[in-house]
Design a protein around this ligand. Structure first.
Ligand SMILES: [Ca+2]
Length: 221
């Protein structure tokens, strides 16, 4: 059976920070969208009909391909033809920040500079110590502001399709989001899954009292 292709788009991505060169292609058919990415050696590493759980999209900030071992968002891609200059700064996607263990009850993402006019928005933020489970899951959160449609709790609900976003009138300001772990404990890793409204410059900070903060990691390093 022939499949009619009604639209096709392709972008080339080049190494900027910790990624590899690749190109991503999406093809629209009557039944949905199929996507694949071609690595430098010509290997096409993925194609999806969007049928399986978590499938159906290519994240262009990180190569995020559910079900493909090793392609789980740990690589960073930047569109060489894009207009955003990210030299020295964060480039969105999933940031996994590792640092010497520090202790704190409160863990805060403090956004200093946003990449674009939309301020800061995070799908999920996780906090770990070694191989621990996500210590932030379901914990109380607070934020500098929130769009009513995108409350801060949605960064720790375990759902990669729900997010927090700063209030519209706060988009040009620094913004923060704090998770209360409930007790002081050591942590050595924080993962931030950014929406397209990402920070180019931010800090991960910890505190025992929610008032005095210590920087655990910063982007750019
Ligand atoms: Ca979420």
């Amino acid at each position: 059976m022939d499949t009619q292709v009604s639209a096709r788009s392709a972008h080339a991505y080049s190494r900027r920070r910790d990624g590899v060169d690749a190109s991503a292609t999406a093809v629209r058919t009557p039944t949905g969208v199929a996507g694949f990415t071609t690595l430098p050696d010509g290997t096409a590493v993925y194609a999806t009909s969007g049928l399986a759980a978590g499938e159906g999209r290519l994240n262009v900030y990180n190569l995020s391909m559910p079900g493909v071992p090793g392609l789980d968002g740990s690589r960073t891609f930047t569109w060489s033809g894009g207009s955003t200059d990210l030299a020295g700064g964060g480039d969105g996607g999933v940031d996994e920040l590792r640092f010497p263990a520090v202790s704190g009850r409160y863990v805060r993402m403090y956004g200093v500079r946003a990449a674009n006019q939309y301020g800061f928005s995070i799908w999920e933020m996780s906090v770990h110590n070694g191989a621990s489970a996500n210590l932030a899951t379901g914990r109380p959160v607070s934020a500098s502001s929130a769009d009513p449609n995108f409350p801060a709790t949605q960064t720790v609900d375990g759902d990669p399709n729900t997010r927090w976003a700063v209030a519209v009138d706060q988009r040009t300001q620094p913004g923060w989001l704090t998770v209360d772990l409930g007790s002081t404990q050591p942590i050595d890793r924080v993962t931030v899954n950014w929406e397209a409204a990402y920070a180019t410059h931010y800090r991960v900070e910890v505190s025992n009292d929610g008032q005095n903060w210590q920087t655990a990691a910063q982007v750019p390093a």
